[in-house]
Structures are given as structure tokens and as C-alpha cells.
Design a protein around this ligand. Structure first.
Ligand SMILES: Nc1ncnc2c1ncn2[C@@H]1O[C@H](COP(=O)(O)OP(=O)(O)OP(=O)(O)O)[C@@H](O)[C@H]1O
Ligand SMILES: [Mg+2]
Length: 240
């Protein structure tokens, strides 16, 4: 479980996250929507300790992310993260790219890492691309490779930050389908997305971010279907 409690985050004197509280339960899918600059990506970075916070706390399975004694490398092993784009190593095959972290970080043998990588690449529909170089993949295939790479670490949580926003429209669907499959498998997920219809479909809860705060949160049908706040409605109108 991820427990975010009154988190404040600033860059210099720019306050970006201004007191966010949010709990993500095991098996839950929570989508974060909101305008540009509202602090969505920053919050994800704080969840896996890529950015320090100024106030509040974030606990993952009870472990304080920003405590000085916390082993961040260990913590990050259970949190997979997929960004807009992931730059794979161009001189390594798809399979080798996905094998890398299990070998280097988890200390798996080559055979074990290969088994894990093949399994996850097959799971995301890239079983026939193992020996291909990343440059030969479509954008959608590259994003699915990024998902397989994260999954090969056997994470308990997956964070997605606009995983489809750099893709041509016709490639978005295949990546969303992969994310939907993960959600259906019971993965605990936090998704920053502007695919509103998808968020409504797969999420247990949707949080609308505004100005560094959770402005509105609730079931997808409530937040997206009948928002309480005018700002939420305005945002939804602007992205439709
Ligand atoms: N490393 C950084 N240094 C300084 N300012 C930053 C840094 N990262 C983000 N910011 C600022 O923090 C604010 C929030 O950024 P963030 O990336 O979290 O927004 P976002 O909600 O993800 O927006 P978008 O929808 O455009 O991705 C922005 O004003 C941004 O310029
Ligand atoms: Mg962002």
C-alpha cells in the first residue's frame, strides 16, 4: 500500500505539491488527471524517492520513502515506473535490454534473467521481437518493451507517467490494452494520464490535480461522469 500524507514539494521557491494526501491500496488502480504543471509527475517522482520532499510523508508497505535510513534501491525494486519514453540501449537486443536490470540489480543468473525477460516480453505481446534491436520497434512496441522491462523486476507497484502521450494515435491502443491487462491481473497502479476514457474504464479511483493539490477524488463515474467542482468539469471539457 502507498500512503501519501500531506506531502509538500518545492523546487527552490516554487511550490509544486502543496499538501497532497492519497492512499493507494493493494490491487487498486488510481488515475491522476489534471492540467500541465499541476504537480502530477513530481508526485510520482516523490513516490519512488527520485525527488526529496519538504514536508509530510510517503510510505510504501509501511516503509518511509524519505527517511534517511531507507534503502532506496531496495524500495525501487518493488516500484516499476514507465515514462513517456524510455531510451533503451540501442546496441542491445530487446531481450538483452529487459534482462539487464534483473541481472545487475537483482543478481539473477543469465538463464534466470532470460527466463524472466522472455516471460514478460511474451506477456506484453513481444514474444516475436526478442532478438530485434529497439530501433526497429514501433513506438507502441517500445513502450510495451518498457513495461516488460519494469515487470521483469517483479514489482508490487507500477507507476505510469503519460505512457502513451508520445505515441502516434494509432499506437496508443496497444499500450493501453497492455496497461488494462495489468490492471485486470490485479497490479497496484498509479497512472498519470490524459486518456480520460481509459482512466474511467480501468480506474478504481480518479484524482483530479489542480495547483499542487488533489482538487477532487472519487470513483471514475463520479469524478469524470459528474464532477462536483467546476474546475474539474472545466478541465474535462478542455481535454475532450
Ligand atoms: N526538476 C525541476 N526543477 C524545477 N522545477 C520543476 C522541476 N520539475 C518540475 N518542475 C516544475 O514543477 C511544476 C510541476 O511540474 P510537473 O512536471 O509535476 O507537472 P505535471 O502535472 O506533470 O505537468 P504535465 O501534465 O505538463 O506533465 C512545473 O511548474 C514545473 O515547471
Ligand atoms: Mg507530467
Amino acid at each position: 500500500m502507498i500512503e501519501i500524507d500531506n506531502v509538500h514539494k518545492s523546487f527552490g521557491n516554487l511550490d509544486v505539491v502543496k499538501g497532497v494526501s492519497l492512499t493507494v491500496n493493494k490491487g487498486e488502480v488510481v488515475s491522476i488527471i489534471g492540467g500541465s504543471g499541476s504537480g502530477k509527475s513530481t508526485l510520482l517522482m516523490c513516490i519512488n524517492g527520485l525527488e526529496p520532499i519538504q514536508k509530510g510523508s510517503i510510505r510504501v508497505d509501511g516503509v518511509e520513502v524519505h527517511h534517511h535510513a531507507t534503502d532506496l534501491n531496495r524500495l525501487r525494486q518493488k516500484i516499476g515506473i514507465v515514462f513517456q519514453q524510455w531510451n533503451a540501449f540501442p546496441h542491445l537486443t530487446v531481450l538483452e535490454n529487459v534482462m539487464l536490470a534483473p541481472r545487475k540489480v537483482l543478481g539473477k543468473s543469465t538463464a534466470e534473467a532470460e527466463e524472466l525477460a522472455v516471460q514478460q516480453l511474451t506477456h506484453v505481446g513481444l514474444g516475436d521481437k526478442l532478438k530485434v534491436f529497439p530501433g526497429k520497434l514501433s513506438g507502441g512496441q517500445q513502450q510495451r518493451m518498457a513495461i516488460a522491462r519494469a515487470l521483469a523486476m517483479s514489482p508490487d507497484y507500477m507507476l505510469f507517467d503519460e505512457a502513451t502521450s508520445a505515441l502516434d494515435p494509432q499506437l496508443v491502443g496497444e499500450v493501453l490494452d497492455t496497461m488494462r491487462m495489468l490492471a485486470e491481473d490485479g497490479m497496484t497502479m498509479v497512472l498519470v494520464t490524459h486518456e480520460i476514457r481509459f482512466a474511467r474504464d480501468v480506474s478504481d479511483r480518479v484524482a483530479f490535480f489542480r495547483n499542487g493539490l488533489v482538487h477532487e477524488i472519487g470513483s471514475p463515474d463520479q469524478v469524470i461522469g459528474s464532477p462536483v467542482h467546476a474546475e474539474t468539469a472545466d478541465f474535462l471539457k478542455s481535454v475532450r
